[in-house]
Design a protein around this ligand. Structure first.
Ligand code: AP5
Length: 213
């Protein structure tokens, strides 16, 4: 099964990815997580991506396509995978189609999470994340533990630099301009499954599974 989780920043893609991955027993590939890991480790890729990510701009297609192409060659992807935050531009979507055509395994579903912009701003301004394992909390809706240490891996819990209000507004504009056109691209292929992401995490999870049935 090959699933793409699409939607503006803060719509709950990372939150829902864990349940989808467990249900379908596929690896979860998040380009944002891979880029943040490179940033934290100070790799050449991380250094190239840093300025774009902190400003809420997209990292150039070439850098992202190379890392995805490498990741999809790994043996755990042979039975399918869940893509989160990729593709994000028409160039990336077309490149993914070419990669998948080569292995004769097309995308099965593109789940589109939809949430009003105001809700996205509230969610991202309160988001807290584990630096090590990427676990996600919200300062109000799902508060992190006192001491800001992750109970799963003992990593530090922090606020992402691109969750500042200016970066969030820019990310919403970047999404509308560069990623929004992918909705039409996948709709024309009959792959879009629209899900209301503004409900509770449990309701959103149930709606995603219903859309994949
Ligand atoms: P990336 O990491 O992909 O960020 P994003 O798409 O902007 O998405 P987010 O991680 O911000 O949000 P999310 O939808 O996962 O929401 P979450 O579940 O955390 O990308 C970051 C950057 O990397 C990009 O800006 C770009 O620079 C670069 N990049 C990455 N991929 C790229 C690509 N393909 N090409 C080029 N550049 C790329 O939830 C948010 C908050 O809401 C949390 O606090 C959560 O607890 C809360 N929440 C979630 N669901 C609910 C709910 N149902 N009710 C209440 N609260 C909820």
């Amino acid at each position: 099964m090959i699933i793409v989780l699409l939607g503006p920043p803060g719509t709950g893609k990372g939150t829902q990815a864990a349940a989808v991955k467990t249900r379908f027993q596929v690896p979860h590939i998040s380009t944002g997580d891979i880029l943040r890991r490179n940033l934290a480790e100070g790799t050449p890729l991380g250094l190239k991506a840093k300025g774009y990510m902190e400003a809420g701009e997209l990292v150039p297609d070439g850098l992202v396509l190379d890392l995805v192409a490498e990741r999809l060659k790994e043996p755990d992807c042979s039975g399918g995978f869940l893509l989160v935050g990729f593709p994000r531009t028409s160039v990336q979507a077309e490149a993914l189609d070419k990669l998948l055509a080569a292995s004769a395994s097309p995308i099965d579903h593109v789940v589109l999470l939809e949430v009003p912009d105001g809700t996205v701003v509230d969610r991202l301004s309160g988001r807290r994340v584990c630096k090590s394992c990427g676990a996600v909390w919200h300062a109000t809706f799902n508060p992190p533990p006192a001491g800001m240490v992750c109970p799963k891996c003992s990593g530090d819990i922090y606020q992402r630099a691109d969750d500042s209000s200016e970066a969030v507004l820019n990310r919403l504009q970047v999404y509308a301009r560069q990623t929004g056109p992918l909705i039409g691209y996948y709709d024309a292929k009959g792959l879009i499954r629209r899900v209301d992401g503004s409900k509770s995490p449990q309701e959103v999870e149930a709606a995603i599974f219903a859309s994949l049935a």
